[in-house]
Design a protein around this ligand. Structure first.
Ligand SMILES: Cc1ncc(COP(=O)(O)O)c(C=O)c1O
Length: 440
């Protein structure tokens, strides 16, 4: 029996062990296999998800068994889990032929790029430094979008990017020649006029948004630039499922449909929570395939958060317990400095072995070392009392943490530690007073 036949048999028999073998097939073999079992392909999707869940659980248990070896505070990135997420991205590419770029703004940890570049087509950057990082360390396609580019950066942005996406026709008009002269592509970001992001701070299509050209402006200006525009980009989602994308695409195509036929590619931006357990991959696949067959263009996705979803931890230690009517545990880190989205968004992260307040005998408010009164993550209960030096492991802390942290109050930045496939740790960054002094 060939490997392919074995996998088909495994799919029919709901055997998750064939998932590993699927990812060993070459492109041609995968194409044939996907064609052969096209009526049963949802089963393969389910098996991939089951297998992934099992790996994530196993790795967390392994990490907890050796957590004493991690000095605190640290961000710990599990490279095996990053690869598991990459396989999900690969699977979406296998099923659709879309290209997937990792959004560096969510996670710029170039130490995991060797793994990520095996699966993805490149990166998307928010400006010069991310473009440069992508160019030198990722080494595939670099698409750059910035709300506005300063003239002094443009030459370098063009050098490090394959595609430069403009946020307005005035910037496109100012810089398109510099882009084309170097043989690079020009994109325009539009505002599809529809989104379902509840937190306005994170909604790129909120009223009066500065992000993306509105339909009214596009209609008026497009003719002047039609031959220059290689692609259209929109970004309208945040941590959402593919049903939201379906509704955005409906609105987008209603308005921009007539223009899509003139471009080579359309980017659906980021915010797709592709690697979340309940994400509807089948719907995403259908939406991309329908779009491609209707408009005959290359589709790009640029997820950031989904690339490293659930792949990282923030590990801290309790320094002290104080009491002011309630028990308050102070950790050797800071939410304000190390996990700022917890406070900005705000959201309640999960701490391993913790429960909602008062569900277990020992409840604490967890706070950071900074002077900010609100440097707190809320109340959690535990089976055992917290004491000095007990480690608290916050889950899902790879994205939008390292890239956003700061040294408020002179608090040192957490070390960055890779939890390697073989179960050992590699400390890739350690910070000191010098880093603080350089920044202030
Ligand atoms: C233009 C653009 N692309 C991609 C992303 C990545 O989004 P996410 O990390 O939510 O997938 C963002 C996030 O803000 C963005 O603004």
């Amino acid at each position: 029996m060939t490997l392919r036949e074995k996998i088909v048999k495994g799919i029919m028999g709901d055997d998750p062990s064939i998932v590993r073998e699927y990812f060993q097939l070459n492109e041609e073999e995968k194409r044939t296999l996907l064609f052969e079992c096209k009526d049963k392909v949802e089963r393969l999707t389910s098996l991939i998800k089951i297998q992934k869940k099992e790996v994530f659980e196993r790795r967390l248990n392994l990490l907890l068994s050796v957590i004493d070896d991690v000095s605190t505070p640290s961000y710990v990135i599990d490279e095996l889990l990053v690869e598991e997420n990459m396989k999900i991205m690969q699977y979406v590419k296998d099923r659709t032929g879309c290209k997937i770029l990792h959004a560096l703004k969510a996670f710029s940890g170039y130490y995991t790029f060797p793994i990520m570049r095996k699966y993805l087509d490149g990166v998307c950057a928010s400006g010069l430094y991310e473009a440069k990082l992508g160019y030198y360390h990722f080494g595939k396609e670099v698409h750059t979008f910035g709300a506005a580019y300063p003239e002094r950066d443009l030459k370098s942005i063009v050098r490090f990017s394959d595609v430069v996406i403009f946020n307005s026709f005035s910037q496109l008009n100012k810089f398109w020649k510099d882009v084309k002269k170097k043989g690079k592509q020009v994109g325009i970001r539009i505002n599809p006029g529809y989104s379902e992001v509840e937190t306005k701070m994170y909604d790129p299509c909120a009223p009066y948004s500065r992000l993306g050209v509105t339909y009214e402006t596009f209609k008026g200006e497009y003719e002047k630039y039609r031959d220059l525009i290689d692609g259209i980009h929109f970004h309208a989602m945040c941590e959402q499922n593919s049903d939201v994308l379906e509704r955005i695409l409906l609105r987008f195509t209603e308005m921009f449909g007539p223009y899509i036929k003139n471009v080579r590619w359309v980017s659906f931006g980021g915010g797709h929570h592709i690697t979340r357990d309940d994400y509807d991959i089948e719907l995403l696949v259908r939406l991309i395939n329908d779009f491609k067959s209707k408009y005959d263009v290359q589709v790009y996705l640029e997820p950031g958060e989904a690339s490293v979803l659930n792949c990282g931890y923030y590990v801290s230690s309790v320094l002290d317990i104080v009491r002011n009517e309630i028990d308050i545990a102070i950790i050797d880190g800071s939410f304000e400095a190390h996990l700022p989205d917890v406070i900005i968004m705000p959201y309640r992260p999960h701490i391993v072995n913790s429960y909602p307040p008062y569900e277990k005998p020992y409840t604490y408010r967890i706070g950071g070392v900074s002077c900010l009164a609100g440097d707190s993550v809320g109340d959690y209960s535990f089976d055992e009392p917290l004491r000095e030096n007990v480690k608290l492991v916050f889950t899902d802390m790879a994205h939008y943490t390292i890239v956003k942290n700061n040294s408020f109050n002179g608090i040192n930045l957490p070390s960055i530690v890779i939890f390697k496939k073989d179960g050992t740790f590699d400390v890739v960054k350690r910070f000191s007073f010098r880093d603080f002094k350089r920044r202030v």
